[in-house]
Design a protein around this ligand. Structure first.
Ligand SMILES: Nc1ncnc2c1ncn2[C@@H]1O[C@H](COP(=O)(O)OP(=O)(O)OP(=O)(O)O)[C@@H](O)[C@H]1O
Ligand SMILES: [Mg+2]
Length: 227
């Protein structure tokens, strides 16, 4: 079953002389539970692609279907709700809210959605992420690896269909990188959660089921490593 279907997706930034075609007619699909690595040179369009898959930006043309929902047919409010429920986003620089505690940062998407947080589910996530002793700390009281684990918790709290990560280990040392990747892989395998990771790290790309190479806004290669 395809959880994600991308059809003729293009993105042009700016207009006229300074227009940049960041994504050029890209089509592919991703099966439920697949772990896909996206690689490619700087400026090739990887983050642009991930933002369009995550519903955080709108394409110039083309379609993104997630679990058969054509997400850019939704209005802004519907899209915001869909994103909070179905898509987990993880960034290189964590993007945590500095004045909220670890627990508050993790539960924020549920509160925004006026959904009750299931206490067992929250406890489970916090335990799995090894953050039991840090639930009342603020982000600036945490190490980089811990902050990234909080952002994974926030991405996971609503049991999203897809996890999207843009260089999730780009700011971490190799030990913390390995731990973060193990966590992402664990959620991918245990809960069959689809995982799409942008990375410059070949060690990470080689652990994926499939590697998509982007060059100049197009798919240059799409290789299944394991199925
Ligand atoms: N908001 C924007 N306005 C104008 N141009 C942009 C914008 N965001 C990205 N671009 C341009 O689009 C192209 C693709 O950028 P993108 O951020 O997707 O690359 P990337 O593959 O993620 O690169 P990196 O590996 O350095 O993160 C680049 O030429 C970039 O300059
Ligand atoms: Mg990028």
């Amino acid at each position: 079953m395809n959880i994600l279907q991308i059809e003729n997706l293009s993105k042009v930034y700016g207009k006229g002389e300074t227009a940049v075609k960041a994504l050029d007619n890209v089509s592919f699909s991703v099966k439920k539970g697949e772990f896909v690595a996206i690689i490619g040179p700087s400026g090739s369009g990887k983050s642009t692609l991930l933002h369009l898959l995550g519903g955080v930006d709108r394409p110039t043309s083309g379609k993104v279907l997630i679990d058969n929902t054509d997400i850019y047919k939704l209005n802004e409010t519907q899209l915001a709700i869909f994103r909070r429920r179905q898509i987990g986003l993880i960034y290189q620089f964590y993007n945590l809210i500095p004045i909220l505690t670890v627990e508050e940062n993790i539960t924020l998407p549920m509160l925004l959605d006026e959904h009750k947080v299931e206490p067992e589910h929250l406890k489970n996530i916090i335990r799995t992420l090894g953050l039991e002793k840090r639930t009342n700390h603020l982000p600036n009281q945490l190490s980089g690896g811990q902050q990234q684990r909080v952002s994974i918790g926030r991405a996971l709290i609503s049991n999203p269909a897809i996890m999207l990560a843009d260089e999730p280990t780009g700011n971490l040392d190799s030990k913390n990188s390995d731990e973060i990747l193990e966590l992402l892989k664990m959620f991918n395998k245990t809960y069959n959660q689809t995982l799409i990771v942008i990375t410059h790290d070949e060690r990470i790309a080689l652990q994926a089921d499939r590697v998509i190479s982007i060059e100049d806004g197009r798919i240059a290669k799409d290789e299944v490593i394991r199925s």
